[in-house]
Ligand binder design. Sequence first.
Ligand SMILES: [Zn+2]
Length: 928
Amino acid sequence: MAETVDLHQLEEKYRGRWPAEFEADPSAKEKFYINVAFPYPSGAMHVGHGRTYTVPDIVARFWRMRGKQVLFPMGFHVTGTPVIGISKRIAKQDQKTIWLYRDLYGVPQETLDTFTDPMVIVRYFAGEYERIMRGLGLSIDWRRRFITVDPQYSKFIEWQYKHLHAQGHVVKGVHPVKFCPQCDNPVGDHDLLEGDKAEIIRFVLVMFRFGDAFIPTATLRPETVYGVTNLWVNPGVTYVRAEVDGKMWIVSREAAEKLKLQDHTVKIGEEIPGKDLVGKKASHPLSGEIPILPAPFVDPEMASGMVMSVPAHAPYDYIALRDLQEQGQYTGIRPKGLLRLPGAGEFPAKEAVEKVGIRDQKDAKLESVTQEIYAAEFARGRMRPEYGGKSVREARDEVTDRMLTEFGSAVMYDFDTQPVVCRCGGRVMVRILHDQWFLNYSDVGWKDEVRDQLGKMALVPAETRAEFGRTVDWLKDWACTRRVGLGTKLPWDPDWIVEPLSDSTIYMAYYTIAHHMKRLPPEKLTPEVFDYLLLGKGTPTTLSREVLEPIRKELLYWYPYDFRFSAKDLISNHLTFQIYHHRALLPPELQPKGMVVFGMGLLAGAKMSSSKGNVFLLEDAIAEFGADTVRMFLTGSAEPWQDFDWRNELVLSVKKQIERFSGTVRELAAAKGSSSGALDTWLESRLQGRIARTTKALELFQTRQALQECFYGIEADLRWYRRRKGEGAEPGPGARALASAWVRLLAPFVPYSCEALWEALGGKEPIAFAPWPEPDGGKVRRDAELSEDLLARTVEDIESIMKILPVTAKEVRILVAPEWKRSIFSTIAGSSERREVVKEIMKDPSMRKRGKEAADAVKQVTALVHKLPPDQVEGLIAYPVDEMAVFTSATDFLEREFQARVTVLSADEAAHPKAKLALPWKPAIVIE
Ligand SMILES: [Zn+2]
């Protein structure tokens, strides 16, 4: 029976009613506070966002039904420059941006025309996000919504930074940072279109003399200068002569631009085509005179755009040289070894390249071979005696020092991968900042605090613990201010604005009081007020105790949060930063308790990306399939921490499943059938297990596992129940009892459908607040379940035999294993030493008398015991099934199923040769 209620009408009905129901105030109940990383509302939400918010909603709804007072709030993160970049591009009529916003995100033209004001964009999308989140059925307390440029929130940030500054955690320093020259601003990973994984690397420039100029080659291994055989330039690239700090350098044009941002005075002069350098000579005191050779792999975007070649120890250099020599060029050049690596010969790069069978410069394996050699030489390599004989580790530092003090070298910073692109479309470079403010995340004591806190927290899934540990180990100081963008001014240095990741570290505490804050004038929210609210300290003068006391009480009721949810790409920044700030700013009793980290979304197998247009919009998904379908698909196709793949055809089948579920529940509720005894007992017993396992799974945030039990599992049980009862037979009381529990188990996943069904079942309160079903141990009947299992297995066996039978069956004979085989089964199954017990059985005179037949039975039973699931074996020992009774009482059912006469016999009494095959739990079957 198909559901007759239109899903969209049904959603409309509850959408208006729900928000008020989910406004949560402190109560006598135990609290459960969850929150999720708030979105940056600058574009439309896609189905990947849909899962990020649906998982915590399911968890919120589950615990609400289990009697907790649940808080699930939402705010919007608008700090920073992205929205400013968008408004500028729209003002400039940038066609790609206009396409994205008008055609992909569906912003009406008259609204788009107002997007030249960044605050309009922020307000528009915050409104849109809320509307879509409401549409998705999220049980959010919307009274607490705020945006990060609300003046009250800014006061909260000022309070945080006043303390962090006083504690010495915000310091001024000289640091290389990612910087967008076009925005004239440092950029965080959030501000990037491309290259968000890029790391800043420190290169040493080895200065080769070239006539009146120098060719600086960038290297991470200055000690290999002794093995240089040549330089590489790209003949297709045009280089420039540039006066750098008064000396003439030859570098790529890009490098000259980069050097300007790194404390050098740079005057760019005439151009030099790379091909004009080829064949000329350069020299360095530590490597002598060497030729300049052509190599297309030299990237003008990477550091200086010039490379020194050490073919004995660098696989790329070796291959590039070999390629040239195979064409008969530069055949006089030989690799020059400079260090010894235990276990390797004179030229480790040559050996490694030959061992792996690298074909040419384009071979993908070249990179991993390079990494291996570099790591091995650094860890175990020793310089040759003529180059000092020290370990590579020591020699690297020594040579670097000599280069910088004696040989005119400089340091140059660049990214390990290119390109790195800002959201404004401009190329991001490394800039050395002098007056920049940093959060000193590298502080050893602060790191220890974070490690201590992580040790006390629940982290889901458990594998993320190692990743958090690595992040804390490696985290460096963080540039926490910007010159431009939306946000809060640094209280003591108001030319700077606190950047996005740095103003969203303890906002989860703000949610607990956000609705009160809105009613207070921002100028009265002094640091003393927040000292009182969050730390319980001091006596504020701007607001009375009567005003502040209830607000503090509410904060203490909800805080700390129980679980924070977020996607896994935030482990390396936000999720770790927030622990730093909690420890620095809040007392021990307000420290966070747990985190759940999500996988990413794919669209038909490819990574979802808004900027590339590879997204399925959440709003379109809800309109096409209904909110319940979207929710169930997003949480049922993979566990939250696994990646999921959105495929329309699979989503459509989930929609049909929900419609089928609704129809079944209505049918069950209306059924008037009487009890069929054992079968209704069986159904109720199965249900208790489903409830227990669904509950357990949701306690562990396993949404997929929970749905396997409470949706697909219960559906399978009902299918068997109906089949056993026969067509047209009305479901009995066991099935009616199931309907009520089933709807409640599914309510967190498909709340709209379940709310409507709950009303139809006569539920008084909204289902969101109905009691979660509890498993009733008194209704668990293991014997009934085992008997039905036996029957179901046997039906499957008969079906598979019939499939290959050439004629229509007239009779099915079920030959049940005799008592002596049953005793073998229980002896073997009940023993922990199964090999020993076999000998014991065969010593028994009654078994010996049976000879080979008994020996065969022992073998077959042993195989069977190993094949069955252990808990089933255990059950069969505790509750031996009377197989004769099971099949005899099901004869009517079996005859109906197979349209044949069914007889049940003990195998001992049957003359058929197959009778010998009968085993406990696996009767022999004869079909004629
Ligand atoms: Zn930019």
